[in-house]
Design a protein around this ligand. Structure first.
Ligand code: FE2
Length: 378
C-alpha cells in the first residue's frame, strides 16, 4: 500500500502502556462557558465549518455501504490483540461509495491542474497524487471527513478513527497499462507472476482505507498479501470499483501484489489514526517525506500532535489541581503522564527531518525490496 516505512518487520515498542484517563470532575460554570467558547471557536475554524457550506457529499446518495463479509482480527492472523491500536487486522473488500460518488472523485483527481501540480513520482511508484484536497478535491475531502463515513471506517477498524491529517486524505496511486504488461486472463496465474508492486513493508500510519476507483472487470491479481504472525502468507483479494479494504497496516507486514489485465488501475488511499489523544501514536513519516510538500506535511503533523498534547495537558492539569485540593498527589500518575509526553514528543521530533536531508522521490532505502522488484519488471 501507499506508505511503507522502515520500522522494520518487528513490533514497534509499546511504550505508551498506560492511558492517562482519570475520572472527569464536574467543571464550574465559568469553565463550562470557556470550554463551550473554545469548542465553538474551534468548530468555526474546523473542517466541519468548511465542509458545511460545501455540502457536496450526501451520505444517502454517495454512501453505498455493505458490511464486509469478514473482518479478521489480529489474533486470527497470528498477531497479539494488543500489538496495534486495535484488535482488528484487515477487512475483506466491502462496498463503500456509490458509483456516482466514485465518478465525482475520479473527475477531481483526473483534473488537469491536480495532475500537473500534485503529482509525485518515486523509485517505487511511478505516479501518485497527494495533497490536492480540499483545494482541488472538495468532494473527496468531504467524503472522507463525513461523520457517517468515519462511523463506518471506525466500526470496521474496531476503534474510533479520524483521517491522520488533511494532507493524507485521498492519496492516489495511478497505474496505467504498460507495454509488455498484458496478461492473458484465461491462463492460471503462477507463483512467478506474484511480483509485488510494493514490497514487504509496514505503513506509516495506523490504518488505511484503500478504495478502488477503476473498473476491475478482467483484472487479475491486485491482492494484498499479509505475512501472518506465524510467517505464513495470507492474501486478501483486491476491491472492485467503489469497494474498499481497511487494514491496520502500521502493525502488519504486507505487500501489494501486481494486477494484470492491461487496463488502468486507480486506487485512493486515506490514512487514519485513533481519534483519542490518549492512544499511543507510532506514526513515522519516512515513506511520505520524499513524496510530499514538506511544509504542509510537517505543519499538519505538528498541528494534530499539539492538539492531542493540548487535550492531554488540560486533562492532566484538571487532575493535578483536584488532587492538590484533596491534599494528595498521585506521583505515579504524574510520572506516567510525563513519560508519555516525553516519548511522544521525542518520537515526533525524530520524524521532522530537516528538508536538506530529504531526497525527493527516493524511497529505495525505505523499502529496498520494492525498488528491486520494480526494476525487475520494467
Ligand atoms: Fe501499505
Amino acid at each position: 500500500m501507499a506508505t511503507p516505512d522502515v520500522f522494520g518487520l518487528g513490533t514497534p515498542e509499546r511504550f505508551y502502556s498506560k492511558t492517562i484517563n482519570s475520572p472527569r470532575l464536574n467543571p464550574s460554570t465559568k469553565e463550562t462557558q470557556e470550554s463551550l467558547k473554545r469548542s465553538f471557536d474551534k468548530y468555526l475554524a474546523s473542517d466541519h465549518a468548511s465542509s458545511s457550506f460545501g455540502k457536496l457529499f450526501h451520505p444517502a446518495k454517495h454512501l453505498a455501504f455493505e458490511t464486509p463479509k469478514k473482518v479478521y482480527t489480529m489474533e486470527e492472523i497470528g498477531y497479539s490483540a494488543t500489538s496495534g491500536v486495535s484488535p482488528i487486522a484487515v477487512s475483506e473488500p466491502f462496498r463503500l461509495f456509490s458509483e456516482e460518488a466514485v465518478n465525482i472523485m475520479r473527475s477531481e483527481v483526473l483534473n488537469d491542474e491536480v495532475q500537473e501540480k500534485y503529482s509525485y513520482t518515486s523509485d517505487i511508484a511511478p505516479k501518485q497524487l497527494r495533497g490536492y484536497a480540499p483545494k482541488h478535491g472538495k468532494f473527496v475531502f468531504e467524503a472522507w471527513k463525513h461523520p457517517e463515513t468515519l462511523a463506518i471506517i471506525s466500526k470496521i477498524a474496531g476503534v474510533d478513527v479520524v483521517p491522520v491529517m488533511d494532507y493524507e486524505i485521498g492519496h492516489v496511486n495511478l497505474s496505467l497499462p504498460r507495454k509488455g504488461n498484458d496478461y492473458d486472463s484465461k491462463t492460471m496465474i503462477s507463483e512467478e507472476d506474484d511480483t509485488p508492486i510494493v514490497g514487504w513493508h509496514r505503513d506509516s500510519y495506523p490504518f488505511v482505507c484503500v478504495l478502488m476507483m477503476s473498473d476491475t472487470t478482467g483484472m487479475v491479481g491486485g491482492e494484498t498479501a499479509l505475512r501472518t504472525g506465524t510467517g505464513e502468507i495470507k492474501k486478501v483479494r483486491g476491491p472492485s470499483m467503489g469497494c474498499a479494504v481497511v487494514l491496520q497496516g502500521r502493525y502488519i507486514d504486507h505487500q501489494a501484489l501486481r494486477a494484470y489485465g492491461g487496463q488502468e488501475r486507480i486506487t485512493m488511499v486515506t490514512s487514519f489514526r485513533p481519534k483519542s489523544p490518549s492512544v499511543r501514536d507510532d506514526t513515522v513519516l519516512n515513506t511520505v517525506r520524499p513524496i510530499s510538500n514538506l511544509s504542509d506535511l510537517y505543519g499538519q503533523t505538528i498541528e494534530y500532535q499539539l492538539e492531542n498534547a493540548e487535550s492531554r495537558i488540560r486533562q492532566m492539569l484538571r487532575n493535578v489541581r483536584e488532587s492538590m485540593k484533596a491534599g494528595a498527589t498521585d506521583v505515579q500518575s504524574i510520572k506516567r503522564f510525563l513519560d508519555f509526553e516525553i516519548k511522544t514528543m521525542s518520537h515526533i521530533n525524530d520524524e521532522i527531518v530537516d528538508e536538506e536531508f530529504v531526497q525527493k522521490g527516493h524511497l529505495g532505502d525505505v523499502c529496498p525490496d520494492a525498488i528491486v522488484k520494480r526494476k525487475r519488471t520494467e
